[in-house]
Design a protein around this ligand. Sequence first.
Ligand SMILES: C[C@@H](N)C(=O)N[C@H](C)C(=O)O
Length: 208
Amino acid sequence: MTTLLADPDVVAIPVEDNGDRLVDLATCGIACAEPGEDRRHVRAGLADRLMAADAALPPGVRLLVVEGLRTARAQSAVLTGYTRELRATFPWLDDDELRRMASRYVAPLEVAPHVAGAAVDVTLADAFGRELWMGTELDATPEESAGRCAFDAAVDVEARRNRSLLAGALGGAGLVNYPTEWWHWSFGDRYWAFTTGADRAVYGPVEP
Ligand SMILES: C[C@@H](N)C(=O)N[C@H](C)C(=O)O
């Protein structure tokens, strides 16, 4: 069973913030789809790894970052909205079940990787900035995508090839994927520590 961001094994991981500054990805040569300046920021250690991943892609293919840093307020808003949707769809679930189910798609605030500047929602684009096909829209929920948002879901050949290209570049640079979302990759947060076996996370919540 996939370990989720709300699971005790992840929540229990200690955080010792190394104080890395926030960096604007647009100043690092990374293509960013999100016009909001704050959302283009990530911790310096993540920015370095994204630059390495971008450079590792074949000619004519680039990373396209849709969202990096997210405020605590924005994280809470996504969580509240999605939990409301789930409650309407699955009225028999109790609060603990809803919390876990919601964390397939959006992190609880206390472990939220985007709020730590430690995660990006990212896809691939061609030389003209056109997004490559990944099998679902970026940010499609499990319900909207019939589960195809999960990295390992059954998708067509083109989407599988592009997901593998994304994973090769980002994984090779030291990022980890959240398995329920092909587009969510992180470095330094608790889920990264859980996945890599590090004894602590190095990025905790940070203000823009
Ligand atoms: C809501 C989605 N774009 C997202 O960012 N999900 C991850 C798991 C998160 O909330 O950190």
